[in-house]
Design a protein around this ligand. Structure first.
Ligand SMILES: [Zn+2]
Ligand SMILES: [Zn+2]
Length: 271
């Protein structure tokens, strides 16, 4: 693949295995042309305390220094993967990925980017065992994403299907499911320009295909979203996992190009 780039990259500043500079080295070894970092935003409701606000500042300083260090040799971009309810300062980044990892139910923030059994327990206790009701709630909240910031990229738009190969919480081919997903995408149309084909769950063994499903890829195409291929990388060894498959799926869905970030903004490149 020409102009190889990954804009969804985690490091030891959040839940990644490698430091930013180690990730740059992996990227160069694998023939990438540039790399964007997207540390998780601080989530005051996360029980894991992945990042602190102070840690976010150190992350910004280090990636900014690496941009300088590699200038002219290897473009580096500073991004943030913003969980919708984070409420953090979104200024000073080259790009922002917007995503939903927690559902807000009443005053509680309920995680669903978790192992299949945990998600099943959420569906059982919060949605009376009704997987489709869970999906409806997820997409209803996702549809409000633009209220929380000016995001460039819609992150793993059907993250709620992470474990669908282990436990079919709902039928991802059914009209009922697709209708609620499409409704959310229609609400986001024109407000977030790009979405990602995200292979992260493949590298970690949860899934055999990237997010989103082929049906939703087709809907993204119909609605005019630009496509970005990313590996949601937490381990530099898997920086390019599933890129070729993602390309094939985009072609199958009718896309002819994908987008990369450059020093002059996002630009289309042929698939
Ligand atoms: Zn994520
Ligand atoms: Zn991520």
């Amino acid at each position: 693949m020409k102009l190889l780039q990954n804009l969804h990259t985690h490091t030891t500043y959040c839940d990644g295995e490698h430091t930013p500079e180690e990730m740059i080295r992996f990227a160069m070894e694998k023939g990438f042309d540039s790399l964007g970092f997207s540390g998780h935003s601080y989530m005051f409701y996360s029980p894991y305390k992945l990042v602190s606000l102070e840690g976010t500042e150190r992350y910004k300083v280090e990636v900014t220094a690496l941009k300088e260090k590699y200038k002219g040799r290897f473009p580096v971009y500073l991004g943030l993967e913003v969980d919708m309810y984070s409420g953090v300062d979104l200024s000073g980044y080259d790009y922002l990925i917007g995503a939903l990892h927690y559902l807000k139910l009443g005053n509680e923030y309920v995680a669903f980017d978790r192992p299949a059994e945990t998600v099943q327990a959420v569906i059982d206790t919060r949605f009376s065992g009704n997987g489709l009701a869970f999906a409806k709630e997820y997409y209803a909240q996702l549809a409000t994403l633009p209220q929380y910031g000016k995001f460039d990229i819609l992150g793993h738009l059907d993250l709620l299907t992470k474990n669908i190969e282990q436990i079919p919480f709902f039928d991802i081919q059914s009209k009922a499911y697709l209708d609620v997903a499409r409704e959310a995408l229609q609400a986001l149309q024109g407000k977030i320009p790009f979405f990602e084909v995200n292979t992260g769950a493949m590298a970690r063994g949860y899934r055999t295909s990237p997010y989103p499903s082929l049906e939703l890829l087709r809907e993204c195409k119909r609605l005019g979203f630009g496509a970005i291929i990313s590996s949601d990388c937490h381990d530099g060894r898997y920086l390019d996992v599933g890129f070729e498959l993602s390309r094939d799926l985009l072609l199958e869905a009718g896309f002819t190009e994908r987008y990369i970030l450059t020093d002059h903004g996002f630009q289309a490149v042929a698939l």
